[in-house]
Design a protein around this ligand. Structure first.
Ligand SMILES: Cc1ncc(COP(=O)(O)O)c(C=O)c1O
Length: 378
């Protein structure tokens, strides 16, 4: 059987990882400023994480959500305390799209409305509702296009006000920092105004923190820079450092009923053990603070490089915008300098490293990046 060929691949097979480094099948070492697309939070193969997974796998990998799984409550307690959302409720699933799917569904159950406001350049996943609120017509199939969603310019509070004023909007969904959209940071003021408008009109505010959350921005959630509290927060990626998992943090104003939401695999024993180990490492190693400190350093140093058009981001979620397409630059970084990075659109290099990135590794990246610009004749 052939693989369904939907990914344009680099001809590199990564077979091993350690901290912020990965190694290919030929033994070449790569500095990982991509984290497998913002997924690796505590570093590749962190010993505490590996041990926790091994121990849990030897005991029990899975049993269904029809019996007590105390690991789920342990995870909820820890996440509530560390994130500052102790009073919220946790629903566990397996991916980011699934988290948004459930968040939007919950909002609609709660408000008995069906319209949703999303923003230009947003990305929220590829399943039915998640893709419908994603601003990319190329990945929305006719069956996903149900006319429930209005896209507005990011930052345009007048447009939001006009739509919410119609009284039929169930939810506003917004990324803490837009990732796929090119590392666009919504202003604190805009997030605060969104909070006010949603309150005024009985609309549910959903913060998609799937890429920007879990410490990446230098706060546990990127929206915490604006001092707001959304009604629903979605997370995935860094939550279990590569073990598939997603979660929805739900305000106390939502009342659950049996059967309202559900999943087979969500919150399984192995995923919970991985996610608990991740939070233990966050605390022991101060990873949110590290993301802020090393991120500030990177942002400051990148801003001094004259060939760069603009640097955007917070913490270890950084966009480097060039005045030309970055495809070749990214390939050269990988092939010549052995550095993994991501891209957004055509002109932006995206940095999403593991949150354990050290100052020395950040400087090593800056050195290789500058070399690459020189070699490329920029
Ligand atoms: C902001 C955001 N939301 C949702 C998703 C979808 O997550 P998943 O691929 O786990 O379904 C992503 C994935 O890149 C994302 O960046």
């Amino acid at each position: 059987m052939k693989l369904f060929d939907v990914y344009p691949l680099f001809d590199i097979e990564i077979v091993r990882g350690n901290g912020c480094y990965t190694y290919d099948s030929a033994g070449t070492e790569y500095l990982d400023l991509y984290g497998g697309h913002a997924v690796i939070s505590v570093g590749h193969s962190h010993p505490h994480y590996v041990q926790a997974i091994k121990e849990q796998a030897a005991k029990l990998v899975f049993y269904s959500n029809s019996v007590v799984n105390s690991l789920q409550q342990r995870l909820a307690d820890k996440l509530g305390r560390i994130s500052g959302y102790d009073d919220y409720q946790l629903f566990l699933i397996n991916s980011g799209a699934e988290a948004n799917e459930n968040a939007l569904k919950l909002a609609s159950f709660h408000t008995a409305r069906r319209r949703i406001i999303s923003f230009a350049k947003s990305f929220h996943g590829r399943t039915s509702l998640a893709v419908e609120v994603t601003d990319n017509p190329r990945i929305v199939s006719p069956v996903n296009n149900n006319g429930n969603v209005t896209f507005l310019p990011l930052g345009d509070i007048y447009a939001v006000r006009a739509e919410l004023g119609k009284g039929d909007v169930s939810a506003v969904i917004i990324e803490g920092i837009q990732g796929v959209g090119g590392i666009q940071v919504p202003s604190n003021e805009f997030l605060q105004q969104l909070r006010e408008e949603c309150d005024k009109h009985g609309t549910v505010l959903i913060l998609d923190e799937i890429q920007s959350g879990y410490g990446r921005s230098g706060r546990f959630f990127a929206h915490q820079w604006a001092g707001i509290r959304p009604d629903i927060i979605t997370v995935a990626k860094g939550i279990a450092n590569g073990f598939p998992m997603g979660a929805v943090l739900i305000s106390p104003k939502f009342t659950p009923t049996y059967g309202m939401l559900g999943t087979t695999f969500g919150g399984n024993h192995l995923a919970c053990a991985a996610a608990i180990a991740v939070l233990e490492i966050f605390e022991r190693e101060g990873l949110v603070e590290n993301a802020r400190r090393v991120g500030d350093h990177l942002l400051g140093e990148l801003a001094k490089i004259p060939q760069i058009k603009e640097v955007r981001g917070r913490g270890l979620m950084i966009g480097i915008e060039m005045d030309r397409p970055v495809k070749e630059l990214r390939t050269r970084l990988l092939k010549e300098q052995h550095v993994f990075t991501g891209v957004s659109g055509t002109n932006v290099i995206r940095l999403l490293p593991p949150l354990v990135l050290t100052m020395e590794q950040a400087d090593e990246f800056l050195h290789r990046f500058k070399l690459c610009l020189e070699n490329y004749g920029l």
